[in-house]
Design a binder for this molecule. Structure first.
Ligand SMILES: [Ca+2]
Length: 259
């Protein structure tokens, strides 16, 4: 039931128009008109000196003293925008040309002691071979590092009596049948198996859809407290291509742990 609910929330987020919207960790609210702005999610105050980056466009800017900023660049189709500020959780959101034409307000949240940023870089998995009709194909920023990504990290100050989540800030390019049925790509005759997530050698999840702030619960019995843990994300394969392996080309950024 909980899974169904999460899916509904995700679906409603994906289908909400981006005009004058406030993005707060996957929750969309009606914003006010005016310039785009980064605010503290809890106090509502503008955050000055935050770094705004569009990795694909190789574009970056900073907010002014009151948190306002402008995106003086062109984008075509969904693209990942990242927001970074010391002492705040790294944040990213998938935007498109409609977002660029209307002001957006992004609420970011102070990091807490038990949360941990694992990796704030952007990665491309796959083989650099993909259809122009693929989800977000026009927006791929960089060369593939191969079909999988692995990161090792220690989990200190983790409270395993509470739920522990791995969060993927943003992910684009997934061409599963579900992504296709949601209108996230336009490939008529092919689809891919979903990316798989492994934690300490155990498969814990599959990612069916593109989107922001996707949470994957880490099974308590697999967590190694104060020791090295390992996350692997393996991209899917084009299930209609049998002559050779065609990996699904995807990009993601901002992996962190929430507790
Ligand atoms: Ca491919």
């Amino acid at each position: 039931m909980k899974k169904i609910f999460s899916m509904l929330v995700l679906i409603s987020f994906l289908s909400v128009p981006a005009y004058s919207a406030t993005f707060q960790g996957g929750v969309t609210e009606q914003g006010t008109s005016g310039s785009s702005r980064i605010i503290d999610k809890n106090t509502g105050e503008g955050i000055g000196g935050a770094d705004i980056t569009l990795p694909k466009q190789n574009y970056s800017t900073k907010t002014d003293n009151n948190g306002f900023f402008e995106l003086d660049t062109q984008i075509n189709g969904p693209s990942i925008m990242s927001v970074k500020k010391p002492n705040y959780k790294p944040f990213s959101v998938t935007i498109d040309e409609r977002t660029l034409n209307a002001p957006i307000v992004v609420g970011i949240e102070k990091s807490n002691a038990s949360g941990k940023a694992i990796d704030t870089n952007m990665y491309h998995l796959g083989d650099n071979s993909y259809s122009d009709l693929s989800a977000n194909a026009g927006e791929f920023a960089m060369q593939a590092i191969g079909p999988f990504y692995t990161k090792r990290f220690t989990l200190k100050n983790i409270d395993i009596t509470k739920p522990v989540y791995m969060v993927i800030g943003s992910i684009i390019g997934i061409d599963t049948a579900m992504a296709r049925s949601m209108g996230q790509n336009k490939i008529p005759n092919a689809f891919a198996s979903p990316p798989e997530v492994y934690f300490n050698g155990n498969k814990i999840s599959e990612i069916q859809l593109n989107g922001d702030g996707q949470r994957i619960r880490l099974p308590k019995n697999l967590i190694r407290k104060n020791q090295v843990n390992e996350i692997t994300i393996k991209t899917g394969r084009n299930l209609m291509q049998t002559a050779y392996i065609d990996y699904d080309d995807i990009e993601f950024m901002n992996i962190f742990i929430e507790n």
